[in-house]
Ligand binder design. Structure first.
Ligand code: ATP
Length: 514
C-alpha cells in the first residue's frame, strides 16, 4: 500500500441493527486511476460508495482523503470535497432543464436567474471539452437514457468534482453508448480526475480499469492491477467458484403455438409510430429471443403484449384466445407472466415487504387468499421458498424490498414470475444488474421452464444471454422485425448487421464492400 494514497477507506464498519452491510472494508484509491469495484449482488459495493459520498454514516472506521480525515454528513458536503456519485437510478428532476437541474438547491433563486446565461455557457463549454453532447436547455424527460447518463456525469463535473463514482453506469446503455462512456472515463483520468467504476460486466471492467478490487460478504477481498488478472480469476474471486456460462440443453421440441402476434402496429407514449407490422409466434417449449439496440421498439412490444399500450392494428392471441385490447388486469389473470424491463416502475412496490411483493397482483388468488382472508403463513412460506431457491440476499421475508441491493430486487421479481408456472412468459432485460454467478443460475431456470413446456419471449440487449438459451432469435430495428437467425455464434455478425438496420439484401451489399 502506498504511503499517501489519494483516498483510503480504513476498516469501515456499518450495520443496520443486526444486519452488517460493511464488515471492516479497507480500500485504497490512487489519484488519476480508474478503479473498478466488483462483487456479487449484495456484496456491499453501493453501501460503501454511499458512505464515501455522505449518504450513509459508518459506525466506525476512518476515511483519509488527500491526506486528511474526511468527515462528511451529506452528498452536498461530499461535492464540496469534490467527490460526486452517479447513481444506478438517476437523480434528475424530469420536468426541469439540464441547467435548472444543475443549479437546483445552489443558493438564492434571484441570483441564479441573473446568472443563468453564465450557467448555460459553462455547461456548453464543459460539454464540448469532454465531448458529452449535453444541451443546457434540454428538458430531462425528453432525453434518452444514454443522454440522461451524460447529463448526470456532466453534473458532477459541473460541480468541480475530482473523484467520480459511477455505480453500474453501463447497465442501461447500448454497446455504442458503453464504448463512448469507457472512452470518456479514460479522457477524464487523462484530465487528472479519478474514477471508481462499478459494473457486473467483466469484459468492460477488463477494458476500462487500471486496478480492480473485488468485494465479498461486505469486505474487499482482493485488489489487483488489471494486467495481473483475468476474467476467470475475477469471477472465481467474486463468486467463489468457476463460472462456466455453459448451459447445455437439448434441441427444442416445440409444441402448440402459445403466443401469436399478427400485423401488430402501435405508437409510443409521444404518439409516434413505434412498432410496424410485427409478426411472430412463440410455441410451447421454446425460447424466442428479440435482439436489438435498446430504443428500437422493444419497450413498446412488451407494453403492447401486456395490455399497457393501445394497439393501432393487428391481433395478439394467447393459446388461441384473442387478447388484443384486453386490460393489463385481464391479461394478468391469464396464464401470462411478465418480468418488466424497469423493475422500479413496474416490477415492485418499494415500501412493501418481500412477502407482499412476492404475491403482487395475485394476493386475491388461492392459495394466498381463502374465504376472503389473506393466508399469511402460506404467503410467508412461498416467499421463503423463492428467497432460498434464488439466493436472494435478505434478512427475511418481512424486510422492505427497498433495503435490498438492486440485483437482489431483480432476483425476487424473476423468482416471482417463474413461480407462476404460466403457459407464456414475457421477459425483458432478464439479467440487468445481476451478477455473473446469478446470471448462470437464472438462465438455467429459464431452460427448466422451457423443458416444462412453457413458451418464452426473451427481449434483451445482451446478445450473450440470447445466444446462450434461445432457440430462435428475431432482430428488431426501428420497430420492425428485420430477420430471424438461429442461435449459432457464427451468425453473430449477421445479427449485428440486422441490429444496425440492414436487411438481408443490404447485408449482401455490405459483404461486397458497399
Ligand atoms: N437500508 C438498509 N437496511 C438494511 N440493509 C441494507 C440497507 N441498504 C443496504 N442493505 C443491505 O446491504 C447489503 C449490501 O448492499 P449493496 O446495495 O451495497 O450491494 P451491492 O454490492 O451494491 O449489490 P448489487 O450488485 O446488487 O447492486 C445488502 O445485503 C443489502 O440488502
Amino acid at each position: 500500500m502506498s504511503d499517501k494514497p489519494f483516498l483510503r477507506m480504513d476498516n469501515i464498519h456499518k450495520s443496520f441493527g443486526e444486519i452488517i452491510v460493511s464488515a471492516g472494508v479497507t480500500l485504497e484509491i490512487e489519484e488519476g486511476e480508474i478503479h473498478s469495484l466488483l462483487g456479487e449482488n449484495g456484496a456491499g459495493k453501493s453501501v460503501l460508495m454511499s458512505i464515501l459520498c455522505g449518504i450513509l454514516k459508518p459506525n466506525s472506521g476512518q476515511i483519509i482523503y488527500r491526506g486528511k480525515p474526511l468527515n462528511i454528513g451529506s452528498p452536498r458536503e461530499a461535492i464540496q470535497q469534490k467527490i460526486g456519485m452517479v447513481h444506478q437510478h438517476f437523480m434528475l428532476v424530469p420536468n426541469l432543464t439540464v441547467a435548472e437541474n444543475y443549479v437546483l438547491g445552489q443558493g438564492s433563486p434571484l441570483r441564479l436567474i441573473r446568472n443563468m446565461n453564465e450557467v448555460h455557457a459553462r455547461i456548453r463549454d464543459m460539454s464540448e471539452r469532454y465531448g458529452l453532447d449535453v444541451q443546457p436547455d434540454a428538458v430531462v424527460e425528453d432525453l434518452s437514457v444514454g443522454e440522461q447518463q451524460r447529463v448526470e456525469i456532466l453534473k458532477v463535473l459541473f460541480h468541480g468534482c475530482d473523484l467520480l463514482i459511477l455505480d453500474e453506469p453501463t447497465a442501461v446503455l447500448t454497446p455504442q453508448e458503453t464504448d463512448r462512456l469507457l472512452d470518456l472515463m479514460r479522457g477524464l483520468v487523462n484530465d487528472g480526475k479519478t474514477v471508481i467504476f462499478i459494473s457486473h460486466k467483466l469484459d468492460e471492467v477488463m477494458r476500462a480499469s487500471d486496478r480492480i478490487s473485488v468485494m465479498r460478504d461486505c469486505r474487499v477481498v482482493h485488489t489487483t492491477q488489471v494486467s495481473d488478472t483475468s476474467p476467470r480469476e475475477l469471477a472465481r474471486l467474486m463468486v467463489g467458484r468457476d463460472v462456466l456460462m455453459e448451459l447445455p440443453h437439448s434441441p427444442c421440441e416445440p409444441g402448440d403455438t402459445v403466443l401469436s402476434v399478427e400485423g401488430l402496429s402501435c405508437r409510443n407514449e409521444l404518439g409516434l409510430p413505434a412498432l410496424r407490422d410485427i409478426n411472430l409466434q412463440v410455441r410451447k417449449g421454446e425460447i424466442v429471443g428479440i435482439a436489438g439496440v435498446s430504443g428500437n421498439g422493444q419497450t413498446e412490444l412488451a407494453l403492447a403484449l401486456s395490455g399497457l399500450l393501445p394497439v393501432d392494428a393487428g391481433r395478439i392471441e394467447l393459446a388461441g384466445r384473442d387478447i388484443t385490447g384486453l386490460s393489463p388486469t385481464e391479461i394478468n389473470a391469464l396464464s401470462f407472466a411478465h418480468v418488466p424491463e424497469d423493475r422500479h416502475k413496474m416490477g415492485i412496490l418499494m415500501p412493501m415487504s418481500l412477502a407482499e411483493n412476492a404475491i403482487l397482483e395475485r394476493y386475491d388468488q388461492p392459495p394466498f387468499m381463502a374465504r376472503g382472508l389473506l393466508q399469511r403463513q402460506k404467503i410467508a412460506a412461498h416467499t421463503r421458498d423463492l428467497i432460498a431457491r434464488f439466493r436472494v440476499k435478505t434478512r427475511d421475508e418481512n424486510e422492505p424490498i427497498s433495503n435490498l441491493s438492486g440485483g437482489n430486487q431483480q432476483k425476487l421479481v424473476v423468482a416471482r414470475e417463474l413461480a407462476r408456472n404460466p403457459d407464456f412468459l414475457l421477459v425483458s432485460q432478464l439479467t440487468r444488474g445481476i451478477d455473473i454467478g446469478a446470471i448462470e443460475f437464472i438462465l438455467q431456470e429459464m431452460l427448466k421452464q422451457r423443458e416444462a413446456g412453457r413458451g418464452i419471449l426473451l427481449i434483451s440487449t445482451e446478445l450473450e444471454e440470447l445466444f446462450a438459451i434461445c432457440d430462435r432469435i428475431l432482430v428488431i430495428s426501428h420497430g420492425e422485425i428485420l430477420g430471424e437467425v438461429p442461435p449459432d455464434r457464427d451468425r453473430l455478425e449477421e445479427v449485428g448487421l440486422l441490429m444496425a438496420g440492414k436487411k438481408a439484401d443490404q447485408k449482401d451489399m455490405a459483404a461486397v464492400g458497399h
